[in-house]
Design a protein around this ligand. Sequence first.
Ligand code: AP5
Length: 223
Amino acid sequence: MILTLFGPPGSGKGTQAGTLCRRFHLKHLATGDLLRAEIRARTPLGLEVQAIMARGDLVSDAMVLALVEKRLVNGTTGGTLLDGFPRNLQQLDDFDRSLATRGISMTLAISLRIDDALLIGRLTGRRVCTDCNRSFNVQTHPPEVSGICDDCGGILVQRDDDKEGVIAHRLSEYHAQTRPILGALAERGILVEIDAARPIDEVRNAMFRAVDERRARIGRERA
Ligand code: AP5
C-alpha cells in the first residue's frame, strides 16, 4: 500500500503518522524529517537545503524524488506512508512514473483540511523531539516534563521554520503548489478529505476508517 498524507503545515500529518504506521504496518517516509536529518548531520545535501527550508521554500524536485526513491526501493512488506511528498504537480508526475516502473500506483491519499487561522498557534507552540520526531505543543499538548519527550526522553526543540513570517510563506506555498495535486487525486477516486480541526483522536479514527474502507474496496474489486 502506498498511502499519501496531505495537509497544510500544522494540520497534523506528523502527529498522526506514527499511529497510522503502527496500525497498518507502514514505513513512515516524511521528506521534511529526512531533509532535517541531513541538516543535522551536516551532509552536503543538508548544507544545500538548510537556508531554503529556513525560508519556507520548497527544495528541488529532483533532490526530494531521489530521497524518496532510495527508501521506496528499500521498502517494507506493509507498504509506505508518505508525509510531505508529492508536494507539487511535477513531483506527482515524477512519482507516478517511478511507481509505474515498479508496477504499482498510489493506493490512497488522505487530505487533512483545516483553516489557516488555526495553524499559526499550532505551529508557534510546536516542539519536536530531536531523537524520535514526536510533536508536542506547549499550549495544547505539553510534555509531562518541560522540554523532554514523553516517549524517548529526547530533547524538544522549536523548528527553524516555525516562526510567524515563515509560517505564512509555507502556507502560501501549500495553497499555490500542493493543493492543485488534490484535484488530480480526486479524479482518480483515491482522495479522502478529513476535517483536521477536530481533536487528535477523532482525526486519527477518521483516518483509520478511510484506510479500512479503501482496503475493503480493493478486496471487493479483486474478488
Ligand atoms: P515538512 O516537514 O513536510 O513540514 P510541513 O508540511 O510544513 O508540515 P509540518 O511538519 O509543519 O506540520 P504537520 O502537518 O506534520 O503538523 P504536526 O503533526 O507536527 O516540510 C518542511 C520543509 O521541508 C518544507 O517547507 C520544504 O522546505 C521541505 N520539504 C519537505 N518535503 C518537501 C518536498 N516534497 N518537496 C520540496 N520541499 C520539501 O502538528 C503541528 C502542531 O499541532 C503540533 O504541536 C501538534 O501537537 C498540534 N496538533 C496536531 N494535530 C492536532 C489536533 N487535531 N488538535 C490540536 N493540535 C494538534
